[in-house]
Design a protein around this ligand. Structure first.
Ligand SMILES: *Cc1c(COP(=O)(O)O)cnc(C)c1O
Length: 373
């Protein structure tokens, strides 16, 4: 008997038939419309996504990275001032801060939650040699950061707050969607995200209408206002494509159902992981389960055990900011660094079939933390 096919960590092209049909139809309609740049599909998606998350405004852009860069540019922060960023977010926020002419400052995280809390923010803020004017809070793996506490903390210090929601489409904290609590929220529509395009895409949302929102809309197209007149420095060509916007509007209708399926898979895997003595992340009722993250000091052995069963895993993320040479000198963040050696992401996407989910669960449950030698 041959081994069963591997269970992939992600399979963004594996759409359910009703959703695939909606995507094909959306693409064909844009081609036929002969409006390919900043037309009705982008305006329609911006309105639909703003409505979905409860934001006053949404600006479609070319990627989640550009969303972060534009969000960090549109508040007109003084050059080279500090931006607090999580040490374990994969470097997205620090890269964007540098691109926006600002100085990233690493926040360590709490051991229990994998996230920066107020004490981490306070420590980074106090030890910074730069004047700190902004903070990026990431909602990783589909789970919420302690955003209301951090929001209160930063208000006392007058910092701009950007929420990186690239792994958290549809996530709510109480009644409010993430991305609408800070001054701006950024989303990526990379194909593997909870809401994915058939290529790259991104958006910046603003809970309140503001001058910054208007500026972001101008900056995404060269900084022109009106056409052929640069009104603000820091402009880019970062338009969301009509094609991608039409795909995203078609897929947005499926998002809540897909997140529900992710939660169901995460529940199954969390229970299996816990039965094997592993700690597993995600708040069962609210998570949008972008990844199901488990944690063990024997992480590499666990990854090997799962690979032997044909189950793909990944590490989000294997390095912290102080280990990234391209960022220059960054503060050491010992807790985040230890955790980067313990976390493992398991397959958790809505198109997994029940047999695949059961295979992952059974392999997890069969894991023994005892020294295998
Ligand atoms: C994917 C991701 C990004 C970058 O988005 P792109 O669309 O790939 O540029 C930024 N932040 C986080 C947390 C992400 O997961």
């Amino acid at each position: 008997m041959s081994a069963p096919p591997p269970v992939p960590l992600a399979a963004p092209t594996r759409l359910w038939p009703d959703e695939a049909a909606a995507v094909r139809q959306a693409v064909a309609a844009v081609i036929d419309s002969e409006r390919w740049i900043l037309g009705p599909a982008v305006a329609g998606f911006e309105a639909a996504f703003a409505d979905y998350v409860g934001a006053a405004d949404c600006v479609g852009v070319a990627s989640g990275t550009d969303a972060l860069i534009l969000a960090l540019t549109c508040f007109d922060l003084p050059a080279a001032t500090g931006v607090l960023v999580p040490a374990n977010d994969g470097g997205f926020a620090a890269m964007a801060a540098l691109r926006a002419g600002l100085t990233p400052i690493a926040m360590d995280v709490e051991h229990r939650s994998l996230l920066p809390g107020i004490e981490n923010a306070e420590a980074a803020w106090r030890s910074s040699t730069h004047e700190v004017r902004a903070m990026v809070v990431t909602h990783p793996h589909g789970d919420a950061a302690p955003i209301f506490a951090l929001d209160a903390w930063r208000r006392e210090r007058g910092l701009v707050l950007i929420e990186d929601c690239a792994q958290a489409h549809g996530l709510r904290v109480g009644a409010q969607h993430v991305g609408t609590i800070g001054d701006a929220g950024t989303f990526s529509f990379y194909p593997t995200k909870n809401l994915g395009a058939v290529g790259d895409g991104g958006a910046v949302v603003f809970g309140q209408a503001s001058q910054a929102a208007e500026r972001a809309r101008v900056l995404r197209q060269y900084g022109w206002e009106p056409a052929y007149r640069i009104a603000y420095a820091g402009g880019l060509n970062s338009r969301l494509d009509e094609l991608q916007a039409a795909v995203l509007s078609a897929r947005l209708r499926f998002l809540d159902a897909r997140n529900q399926r992710r939660r169901q898979i995460a529940d199954h895997l969390r229970t299996a992981a816990q039965s094997a003595g592993l700690s597993a992340h995600g708040e069962p009722l609210t998570t949008v389960a972008h990844h199901l993250v488990v944690r063990t000091p024997q992480r590499d052995a666990l990854a090997g055990h799962l690979a032997d069963a044909g189950i793909q895993t990944a590490i989000h993320y294997p390095t912290v900011l102080s280990q990234m040479p391209g960022l220059g000198a960054m503060a050491e963040t010992p807790v985040a660094r230890t955790l980067s050696q313990e976390v493992l992401s398991l397959p958790c996407f809505p198109e997994l079939n029940d047999g695949e989910v059961e295979r992952v669960g059974a392999s997890l449950a069969a894991w023994s933390q005892e020294d295998p030698s």
